[in-house]
Design a binder for this molecule. Structure first.
Ligand code: FES
Length: 155
């Protein structure tokens, strides 16, 4: 896909407060920064992230969505990260079904001390989304005249 050279992917990252948010904070506070286009949304546990949150983020214009939770077996709510992983896989499958790239949604697992790894995974995500190009859902929505958008929303 060809995209404008200035394309900077907008990525929403749902990060659990116990591990991934702390890792992101550590990454941001050290020299191993991650792209500023990654917007962190703190959640108590990735188990709180519903499939609809992921789809809605894409619908609202995110080019990619990342879910970042505790390491397997380390979720403070025991199985929240496992449920989140299942939801991410479900949404990846849904994206594939509708002809969108499943790689726009991804789950990672980090501990609070893994700031470097968080930054690396975030950069990888940004590179993947840059290669995929802008979210077609958002591009299509932006091209739709306002009157049609209003009609779609009322139907
Ligand atoms: Fe971190 Fe559940 S508390 S994923």
């Amino acid at each position: 896909m060809t995209q404008s050279p200035e394309f900077e992917p907008q990525i929403v990252a749902f990060c659990c407060l116990h591990c991934a948010y702390a890792a992101a904070d550590l990454a941001g506070g050290s020299r191993c920064g991650y792209p500023s286009s990654i917007k962190i949304v703190a959640v108590p546990c990735t188990g709180r992230v519903d499939s609809l949150h992921l789809v809605k983020a894409l619908e609202d214009g995110a080019d990619g969505v990342m879910v970042a939770g505790c390491l397997p077996g380390r979720c403070h709510f025991q199985t929240g990260n496992l449920h989140a992983n299942q939801r991410v896989e479900h949404v990846r499958h849904l994206l594939e079904e509708i002809g969108l790239e499943p790689d726009r949604v991804r789950m990672i697992n980090v501990s609070a001390g893994m700031g470097v790894q968080f930054a690396e995974r975030a950069k990888e995500m940004a590179e993947t989304i840059t290669a995929l190009g802008p979210n077609p859902l958002h591009v299509r929505k932006a091209k739709t005249p306002p009157s049609e958008t209003a009609m779609e929303e009322t139907n």
